[in-house]
Design a protein around this ligand. Sequence first.
Ligand SMILES: NC(=O)c1ccc[n+]([C@@H]2O[C@H](COP(=O)([O-])OP(=O)(O)OC[C@H]3O[C@@H](n4cnc5c(N)ncnc54)[C@H](O)[C@@H]3O)[C@@H](O)[C@H]2O)c1
Ligand SMILES: [Zn+2]
Ligand SMILES: [Zn+2]
Length: 371
Amino acid sequence: MEDGLQMRAAVLEEFGKPLVVQDVDLADPAAGEVLVRLVACGVCHTDMYTASGVDPSGYSPTVLGHEGAGVVEALGEGVESVSVGDHVVTLFSPQCRECEHCRSPKTNLCLAIREQQNLGHLPDGTTRLSRDVEPMRHFMGTSAFAEYTVIPAIALAKVSPDAPLEHAALFSCGLSTGLGAAMYTAKVEAGSTCVVFGAGMVGLGAVAGARLQGAERIICVDLAEDRLELARGQGATDTWTGGPDVVERVLEETRGFGADYTFEATGLVAVMAQAVEAARMGWGLCTVAGVAGKGETLDVVPRLLITGRRVCGSSFGGVKGRDQVPELVQRALDGDIDVAPFISHRITLDEVNRGFELMEAQDGIRSVIDF
Ligand SMILES: NC(=O)c1ccc[n+]([C@@H]2O[C@H](COP(=O)([O-])OP(=O)(O)OC[C@H]3O[C@@H](n4cnc5c(N)ncnc54)[C@H](O)[C@@H]3O)[C@@H](O)[C@H]2O)c1
Ligand SMILES: [Zn+2]
Ligand SMILES: [Zn+2]
């Protein structure tokens, strides 16, 4: 392991162009870092968003991928939180357990490596990825569209070895985001009424999270009937087709008050506005999980807020990755969360661009790369 290794990886060479799968060099893990052999990696909107070039903070060349799960192969100096052979999930949202935010129960936004991660660097300001000696940047601190990755130990959640790694991979982004929005951000109370806008990976996770919290009524709203069918499977008690009349219908069915909790998981600002308007007068909480397009703004009539509605956002579902991802994975193993229906396609690394095409066509919920 002295000189690192060579591996296959999907590289974003040029924005708006297909990823190019090729040989890339990966150096040994430095202090505080871990070498992970990827076993599965989901293809998520954020990968496609960056590949398209629309993301203003995007850069290339880089190895994309952030929904990874795999096995620890080697440890850099001083790593004690994981051991060789452990099953792990990559965390684009790390948890150092020491920074001001990690010490607060109010947020999961760890501050430890934020700046370097945004630049595509590992915490020491350099990269382990390279091609022909030219350094190449890491994506979201994870770069999991590859046979291996080197990642900070604080960005790895150790999960039960009993969990299939293709299931565990979904907890590294979309599924945890939805579950956590309901469980950790909104902290849905038992007996409440929830409305979830959007039934992709995130919205379906929110439906499941609301169910786990004991919500009495879970209304899921989407445009696609096949997705509403999946929502029923995750615990939605009502499924409605989206459109301009949804808010009125929520009010009608809640004696004119609105829902205790609403969740937005579409990324559309018009739907975010609906989610605010559908929240209950007095105490309704609207949780926004969708990522809006650059420059878009959310339009809210202030009177809605004065009369007791609240709006909050949720990044990675408020999940503190190293502590709570293993708990969520365990709940799936215990039979509380049905993960299998989310995996619609299994593809090889060479087929990664097909994963993007399937996503664009809204064909299935998740394509998972099987290494
Ligand atoms: N906050 C985070 O940390 C985080 C993490 C991952 C993803 N996201 C974001 O969450 C959003 C959802 O992600 P996803 O993977 O579930 O996406 P997705 O595209 O699979 O799902 C979005 C769903 O919204 C539905 N929809 C579209 N218009 C609608 C309308 N008018 N009313 C109701 N539903 C409508 C679509 O039919 C689709 O099923 C995206 O914006 C994504 O970027 C956020
Ligand atoms: Zn993602
Ligand atoms: Zn931290």
